[in-house]
Design a binder for this molecule. Structure first.
Ligand code: HEM
Length: 180
């Protein structure tokens, strides 16, 4: 759980070099999550939302705290000359929750992506309560944490002061199977 409204689930398939991720967020707007540098700038997020029952989900990079203008800001990797490395995406909005699932390679080979490696990694997340087009989040709907994707360990103390709640991430991994 990244805050009281945002839970991230994942399973790593090391043999095949992929990670399956799922975000379950109590909102009806856009949802973003990805490895980063402990702040917004430098994050390699996937951003998705459900609009009219249809899923929109893309691979982004963040170089500035703004919408993408001239290649600076929250930009799709494809706009930057990179590749969209979101695979096998699915998503629903149901019972007040946006739930999106996707797969990516641990190391996509795209210079606009941050490889998922062993050890504690900085991650950033953000969402908007109801807007389905990418816009600035609220100060209460963004934050950072540290996650070890391979062991399920997380680090509450290093997390930003956004009401982050420590949780049994290992238990969440087991629950992932029954999420959808
Ligand atoms: C176009 C979309 C976005 C805009 C315009 C935007 C803008 C901003 C602004 C102005 C701030 C400073 C105010 C504050 O503290 O809330 C901020 C902070 C932050 N944003 Fe965003 N943001 C966007 C998307 C995202 C996304 C997609 C993520 C995560 C995946 C994110 C993560 C953060 C984090 C962690 C902070 C606080 C730490 C920091 O200042 O670096 N933001 N954002």
């Amino acid at each position: 759980m990244l805050n009281s409204e945002f839970t991230i689930y994942w399973t790593v398939d090391e043999a095949n070099g992929v990670i399956d991720l799922a975000a379950k967020v109590q909102n009806n707007g856009w949802v973003a999550f990805g490895p980063g540098k402990g702040r917004m700038v430098g994050t390699d997020p996937v951003i998705g939302f459900i609009n009219g029952g249809q899923l929109f989900i893309f691979d982004y990079s963040i170089s500035a705290q703004q919408l993408c203008v001239g290649g600076q800001g929250v930009c799709m990797d494809t706009v930057l000359g990179g590749t969209d490395d979101v695979q096998q995406a699915s998503g629903v909005f149901e019972n007040g929750y946006t739930q999106i699932k996707w797969r990516r390679r641990l190391d996509t080979g795209d210079s606009h992506d941050i490889p998922i490696v062993k050890g504690l990694m900085d991650v950033s997340f953000a969402y908007h309560p109801d807007l389905k087009a990418l816009t600035q989040h609220l100060t209460t709907t963004r934050g950072t944490a540290k996650i070890n994707f391979f062991t399920g360990e997380d680090n509450e103390e290093e997390s930003s002061a956004q009401g982050l709640i420590a949780s049994a991430v290992v238990a969440i991994i087991l629950l992932e199977v029954s999420l959808f």
